[in-house]
Write a protein that binds this ligand. Sequence first.
Ligand code: EPZ
Length: 431
Amino acid sequence: MDRIRIVGGSPLNGIIPISGAKNAALPLMIASLLTPETLTLENVPRLADVNQLNRILGNHGVDYRLEGKRVGDSPYAGQTIHLDAKTIVDTTAPYELVSRMRASFWVIAPLLARMGEAKVSLPGGCAIGTRPVDLLLMVLEKLGANIEIEGGYVLADAKKGLVGGEIDFAKVTVGGTHTALMAASLAKGHTLIKNAACEPEVKDLADCLVKMGAKISGAGTSTIEIEGVTSLHGARHDVLPDRIEAGTYACAVAMTGGDVLLAGARADLLPLALDVLRQTGAQIDETAQGLRVSRKGGKIRPVDVTTAPFPGFPTDLQAQFMALMSGADGTSRITETIFENRFMHVQELARLGARIKLEGDVAIVEGRPKLKGAPVMATDLRASVSLVIAALAAEGETIVHRVYHLDRGFEQLEEKLQACGATVERLREPA
Ligand code: EPZ
């Protein structure tokens, strides 16, 4: 397995282009199942999760075409992909595929809406918690589907088609809201979603569905209304920039010091996180090209944060912020409210010298003036990148093992950091 070697201690200076958002690209790709016409997505990041989802969609009969590079394209330009689900040949998503990527469970909504049936493996647990799908199944039942669970599979049936209904989420769920949007777009009649997720990726999916002919209003707020249509058509859509990637590099600069332009990053996608980073002593300016993040000397101030659904502090930035706080001048408290077990990075950060105590869903981080490099193990996507951030600021060499987690969600991580002066290299496993 590949490893990443980092020699820390240098500030980051330069430009980091921000890729298209993984968590927008995945549901957008899944939405291609809703139409027999071509869905073209631009600015799709080159990530292991995108490739894996292509394989899953291919199994249902989706043709996938990737546009080659054009003269003058930057190496960081996102990909353009054409997804064509003219004929759905298989409505089963097998365990071997779904178990590798949780978001692939969401294919259940378009398969059911378009074909009247779907058999999708339950995704199972993962490193950040149990992550049930009860709310996603509730959505489908509210829209008239019959749901049974057999042999580890969800069997969903709506032979006469889905019908609109009222969905009131007991808990804010991004995947639940994606499911409701896709299923209700092709359901008969009106659907009202209450307590919908307001994440920008939900709005991005809704915008694309509207381009495909769906009738949706209110996406991006907690109340969404959908008037079902009988069919959707092809469209072209640009994946929005990755706010978590932008926030990750902002945490890195706030920790190492330096001055970096996060090209293409948007402040409106990270409202609270940017305020929090400013409170730690980083300077963040909005420019026409993106967000400019700098910290020139001075200590990192400790700040308490609590994760919350958008526009709150994102759970997907919690680990990265904890890395930053482990170098702060004082103690901070980080409360995780979205996932019950998202502290796998704590033990690994400790290997770099961080002092973190866990009390239930709160991590108490006692900042240290210097972390020291060490061998560490990546456990999940965001935990892994928190180790990279800490290693960039630590004295000496860190080797990050199991970097395949990083490849799931960070495009050209080493190249982007190297371009800003970091000593980062991939140690490839001999073939
Ligand atoms: C999405 O996961 C993201 N994944 C996650 O990013 C992100 O952490 C999460 O939203 C929260 O923002 C993608 O977009 C591919 P949820 P999702 O449903 O949709 C509970 C990353 O690192 N819940 O909003 O699966 C659930 O257990 C990933 O990129 C139920 O109880 O998350 C959690 O506590 C990791 N029942 C809470 O809701 C359900 O049926 C929010 O989860 C569904 C969810």
